[in-house]
Design a protein. Structure first.
Length: 87
């Protein structure tokens, strides 16, 4: 089986705004204090090209997994994707 926790974009507009500010401003600033600022500014940008939830689940199914399920966590800030692959 597969269980993957992953960052997601909340559907609630207030959570989405807060999440955007946190991920786009705070994480790069805080990460840059202890490490390479460029690496931490890349993180939010790298998420912008991730497929939407339904597309991601279909990609997992097309890779041969079954029982594909997505559970939103923390108001949609994160997601847990589970799937089973039989060999």
């Amino acid at each position: 089986g597969l269980a993957v926790p992953e960052v997601d974009v909340p559907t609630n507009p207030f959570l989405r705004l807060g999440h955007s500010i946190y991920l786009g401003r705070f994480v790069p600033f805080r990460g840059g204090l202890k490490s390479d600022p460029i690496a931490y500014s890349y993180l939010p940008r790298s998420m912008s090209y991730l497929p939407s939830g339904s597309v991601l689940l279909e990609l997992i199914r097309s890779a041969g997994f079954s029982s594909v399920n997505k559970i939103n966590l923390t108001g949609g800030v994160a997601q847990l994707i589970t799937a089973v692959r039989s060999y």
